[in-house]
Design a protein around this ligand. Structure first.
Ligand code: WTA
Length: 653
């Protein structure tokens, strides 16, 4: 099946799951909430914002100078106080904030009071080093308890964090650290992954040779093998907190002060530093976490099985759950270590009630088979969620049946790094679910599907997903590049936020997302730009030119397909293909390793020399070729089709 057929099949899905009555009666979201929001939008958002603790209450809700928003902008608050202190003051200090499960099987838990103590000690240590309000701090760590502590400590002292996913390469660290002019990097000695280790500190050392703004590097010990420590620059975490008190005066931050940067791929090779600020983001994280996951503070054990290095982890492992005083699970490793039942073992051990994961993971579990979940008692689960890419109805059904025991609602949540939190999703307890549909915009959110002219497409039709009004969790721009912010999101159609996703709406008005429509690939829920991968390829001295596209993949959603032209004198071989795959993985990070590489003496180009990407996608997905009349040399694609067939057969075998 190719992408077009897959989309058509998706849209034919007709199964319906109304909310189970026993879920509906107890749900946080009750019918009427959509209308309530529409009646008085600013009042609705203000009431959610007032659930937070403000050191200086806001009197203004929104200033909208399109496309720049300011929310609650005369108010002040501190994020760590909202995530920790106020719960401890309310007598919930002994409540468990995180159950922590290490990959090798070590485990412990941390209460809200203990987490507050750790955050204060580390925040004091950061201040003592000289890190201050307004600074940017990069964080490059594995999934260890020190990671949320580091993020919260930054918020305590008013420094913005920029978390860099632990799978990124030194080059990616350099770009991100330099763009934001970070003064410090917080890292670990090593990360643990699938029984082996990842040399985090060594990657940082390589990067720091080219990042003049960095004055301090703080290293948390996880594995204990020796690492290089540069005197004056590098400090062990344990030394930074040594002797520090467990109290730390929080900075009172303006609602619009920068909370964090998170870099994401766009359509060019340069990643964008997405800006999120303090008051609106936290309001939106807490609200969406409470409504979409139906979080009940006193009885849920909540687990978002994402990595904190991506936005899903920021909003739904750290800020949303902590703001709501939830008890969460954090797991360090991969789902197949030591065996393919690891996640289900964890669900059983902690009696997890809410599980949030990605379609790629679900499709992988399907492939592994039901014997793994069957080994464990999963009856504690009451709600399941997915995020990151379109979910095919089969995977949705499999998840509900085999993990949710046929009882649990499944919420397919659509959102982006830019949106800060979930935007389009069912509300469990209210929505009738359809496998494969993200259903509808959350209360207060404005969305639409428009055609090339920016006109709303009638129900039943498809086009581009857009957002029609500002919301508290929205990005405030791109770090250092307002122009790119305006161009990327607000220029395609007047007065509409352009998401970059294709979408259809059915006759009921429910949304069915169809994947990216720009040059961004989605591989296992990771956003990767074709331009970034192409530029990595041509960084290799043997490569003359490369064109990259996404190919529909049963497991990872899309897989990276690279068409590569070598410099004259070089010969394409399987060994060279592997060398280039490694080269790209090393440049950008292991998750960008291309699955398919086809060498070609020439890329299909128009007479004006433009690479015909549409044709390459057709070739990659084995489709009949579209219009080839504008090609300079039509023999090129015929030859390419043959080569691609061989490559696909080989890699899929
Ligand atoms: C895709 C992840 C279909 C989409 C939170 C979006 C989805 C991009 C869904 C953002 C979903 C995310 N259904 N597609 N439920 N959720 N996407 O910034 O293409 O890593 O634009 O944020 O993932 O990826 P990002």
């Amino acid at each position: 099946m190719d992408t077009a057929q897959a989309i058509e099949a998706l849209f034919q899905e007709s199964r319906r799951f109304p909310p189970p009555p026993d879920f509906a009666v107890q749900a946080n979201a009750q019918p009427g909430i959509y209308e309530e929001a529409e009646r008085d939008l600013e009042g609705f958002w203000a009431s959610w914002a007032r659930n937070l603790e403000w050191s200086k209450p806001f009197t203004k809700v929104l200033e909208w100078k399109e496309p720049f928003a300011r929310w609650f902008y005369d108010g002040e608050l501190n994020v760590s106080v909202n995530c920790l202190d106020r719960h401890v003051r309310a007598g919930k200090g002994e409540k468990i904030a995180y159950y922590y499960e290490g990959e090798p099987g070590d485990r412990w838990s941390i209460t809200y009071k203990e987490l507050l103590d750790d955050v204060c000690r580390f925040a004091n240590g950061l201040r003592k080093l000289g890190i201050k309000r307004g600074d940017r701090v990069a964080i490059y760590m594995g999934m260890i308890p020190e990671l949320p502590v580091a993020m919260l400590a930054c918020t305590r002292i008013g420094a913005a964090h920029s978390v860099i996913f632990g799978g990124f390469s030194p080059d990616s660290i350099i770009d991100r650290v330099n763009d934001a002019q970070c003064v410090a990097v917080i890292t670990g000695d090593f990360g643990r992954r699938r029984g082996s280790t990842v040399a985090l500190k060594q990657n940082v050392d390589t990067a720091l040779a080219q990042t003049p703004s960095v004055k301090y590097c703080i290293v948390a010990k996880r594995v204990g093998d020796p690492v290089m420590m540069k005197p004056g620059r590098d400090h062990w975490w344990s030394d930074v907190i040594a002797g520090q008190p467990t109290t730390c005066e929080p900075e009172s931050m303006n609602a619009e002060d920068l909370l964090y940067l998170l870099y994401t791929s766009g359509t060019t090779a340069k990643p964008k530093g997405i800006k999120h600020t303090t008051g609106g983001y936290l309001t939106y994280a807490a609200m969406t976490h409470k409504l979409v996951f139906d979080l009940k503070e006193d009885r849920d054990i909540y687990w978002c099985a994402a990595d904190i290095g991506w936005v899903t982890g920021h909003t739904y492992i750290v800020y949303g759950p902590l703001a709501n005083c939830a008890t969460s699970v954090i797991y360090e490793g991969t789902p197949d270590y030591p065996d393919k039942d690891r996640l289900w073992e964890i669900v059983e051990r902690y009696k997890v009630t809410i599980l949030y994961t990605a379609p790629t993971a679900i499709r992988t579990f399907m492939k592994w088979g039901t014997q793994y979940p069957k080994r464990h008692d999963l009856s504690s689960l009451r709600l399941l969620g997915t995020v990151g890419e379109p979910i095919n109805p089969e995977a949705w059904m499999w998840y509900r049946e085999n993990i949710g025991g046929g009882r649990t609602p499944v919420v397919d949540t659509w959102w982006q790094t830019e949106t800060g939190g979930i935007m389009i999703s069912p509300l469990p307890g209210i929505s009738t679910l359809k496998p494969g549909s993200a259903i509808r915009p959350l209360p207060g959110i404005g969305a639409d599907v428009v055609n090339d002219q920016g006109e709303s497409v009638p129900l039943g039709g498809g086009g581009y997903a857009v957002l029609t009004r500002p919301w508290p969790g929205m990005l405030r721009g791109i770090w250092g590049d307002d122009k790119r912010y305006v161009e990327t999101y607000w220029s395609r159609f007047p007065h509409l936020y352009f998401a970059g996703d294709g979408c259809r709406r059915d006759a009921d008005g429910d949304y069915w997302f169809m994947g990216r429509i720009d040059d961004v690939m989605n591989v296992s829920g990771h956003r990767i730009s074709t331009a970034e991968v192409e530029s990595a390829f041509v960084g290799n001295p043997r490569v003359a030119e490369a064109a990259v596209c996404g190919k529909l993949d049963d497991i990872t959603g899309q897989a990276i397909y690279a068409f590569v032209t070598l410099k004259s004198g070089e010969n394409g071989s399987e060994a060279l293909a592997n060398e280039l795959r490694d080269f790209v993985a090393e440049k950008l990070g292991r998750f960008t390793r291309p699955k398919y590489v086809t060498f070609t003496p020439e890329l299909p180009k128009t007479r004006s020399g433009k690479i015909m990407r549409r044709l390459l996608r057709d070739v990659a997905e084995g489709r009949a070729l579209g219009d080839t009349t504008t090609l300079a040399d039509s023999a090129v694609v015929k030859d390419l089709e043959e080569r691609a067939k061989t490559e696909i057969a080989q890699e899929d075998a």
